[in-house]
Design a protein around this ligand. Structure first.
Ligand code: KE4
Length: 427
């Protein structure tokens, strides 16, 4: 029953475009109407009609500790008593910057901003200034926020809404953006050769999360690092999702790779608005006021977001955190694969660390092209069948499920049981 959600959605649509403050929340790609959430604790959220769900959206990634973790709540309470924003530097901003730099060897200096979009937008501007070049290479299906020049065959909400390029963006904004298929290193090589000495940067989600979870082919990122270095283009890892998600040093820590710039967000703010971009000090010294690349923000380094981020990263330094969360994810994915097989549903489940996506397709999903071959209507039916059984997956085929440290083995078993019925119901 979702009567109050329905009433609120009708009201919301009168005053907010599409009734939501971010498109993917509107359930457009799965049908039906969004549930309005009232509260969250641990692995669960409760909607305004009192329905409880085991949550695998986790606020799209930030809540790796689960909802309302006590240590983060305590840090926020302590900070609100001291003040919420000063527009001046604070000790905690230095502490968070030091924690990020200690975690990521490729980050010698870092600038805090208010969203992942601001992080990637600023990183692109910095790369152009540092190299004196204009062109940017990105990958089809990777989403880097709603930056004008990067909304080119983007993933996430854009893919969901079938907007290959958003309205309102001037063609000349994207003329220097070259989008190539993910995992196709030979295409990257050709584009770099054809645009010799013109490419400022290649930006990539090292593990893609915005076409659903899609993994890099063996050697893809290593060859990308080599090619960009040979061509004098900067390599930017967009780790807004994977930063502190896949390891305490993100995807680059797992892969033992060092990009020139890294974009972060989500987890480093513990559920409050945040973003960051950082890299080698020789590059970061170009950022104002040290250098000529202007970038600013009223609430950058906001005391509440920084307090929540510090509390979250401290919790992630505890022993075996990543081993535990991966074990839970592997148990869930194995159970989902078995449940799908029992229901005769052809699925591909891509997973790494505590990320996974269930694709309704027979063939492997290795890039945006193959992701789009999934049966998104069937995903929509599966999504609602799960929702009706108290399990909340992302309301889009082109997103990633997240497991948090608050998910229990009982949650995993409950989810597998619900999925067994949902696979059968979604035929
Ligand atoms: P924000 O501006 O939404 O904080 O971050 C943009 C961004 C940048 N880079 C990556 C890899 C991202 O995944 C994102 C945002 N992620 C989406 C979900 N995949 C946010 C959800 C939404 O748009 O509502």
């Amino acid at each position: 029953m979702n009567r109050r959600s329905k009433v609120l959605f009708a009201r919301a649509q009168k005053r907010i475009p599409g009734g939501v403050n971010s498109p993917v929340r509107a359930f457009r790609s799965v049908g039906g109407e969004p549930r309005f959430i009232k509260s969250g604790k641990g692995s669960r959220v409760i909607d305004v009609d009192g329905n409880s769900y085991i949550d695998y959206v986790c606020s799209w990634g930030p809540l790796i500790l689960g909802h309302s973790p006590s240590k983060v709540q305590a840090a926020l309470r302590q900070q609100t008593d001291l003040g919420t924003s000063f527009g001046a530097s604070t000790e905690n901003e230095v502490i968070l910057a030091e924690m990020i730099a200690d975690a990521f060897p490729a980050i010698e200096k870092v600038r805090l901003v208010n969203s992942g979009t601001e992080a990637t937008m600023s990183a692109i501007r910095l790369a152009r200034a540092f190299t004196g070049r204009n062109k940017i290479i990105k990958f089809d299906g990777c989403y880097h926020g709603h930056v004008d020049s990067l909304l080119v065959t983007a993933g996430s909400g854009v893919a969901t809404l079938g907007l290959p390029d958003s309205a309102g963006i001037q063609p000349q904004e994207c003329i220097s953006t070259l989008s190539v298929p993910y995992n196709r290193i030979e295409v990257v090589q050709k584009v770099l050769d054809d645009n010799r000495a013109e490419v400022a940067a290649v930006i990539v989600e090292p593990i893609a999360g915005n076409m659903g979870t899609v993994l890099p082919a063996p050697g893809f990122l290593q060859r990308l690092r080599k090619l960009t270095r040979e061509h004098g283009a900067l390599l930017i890892f967009d780790e807004v999702i994977t930063g502190f998600r896949l390891s305490y040093a993100g995807a680059q820590g797992l892969l033992r790779l060092k990009p020139d710039l890294t974009c972060l967000g989500k987890i480093i703010g513990g559920g409050l608005p945040v973003g960051a971009y950082g890299g080698h000090r020789e590059i970061m010294k170009w950022v104002a006021p040290e250098g000529p690349v202007y970038q600013a923000g009223t609430l950058s380094g906001n005391p509440l977001a920084v307090a929540a981020g510090i509390a979250t990263l401290k919790a992630l330094k505890a022993a075996n955190v990543y081993k535990r969360i991966e074990g839970l994810t592997q148990e869930l994915v194995a159970g989902l694969r078995k449940a799908a097989e029992e229901a005769g549903a052809a699925v591909q489940i891509n997973t790494i660390g505590s990320m996974f996506t269930v694709f309704f397709t027979n063939s492997p999903v290795t890039d945006f092209q193959s992701a789009k071959k999934s049966d998104t209507n069937r995903y929509g039916r599966f999504f609602h069948a799960l929702l009706d059984r108290g399990v909340y997956f992302p309301p889009s085929q082109f997103e990633t499920c997240f497991v948090s440290l608050a998910h229990s083995r009982s949650d995993i078993r409950t989810t597998i049981d619900a999925a067994r019925e949902a696979f059968a119901a979604a035929v």
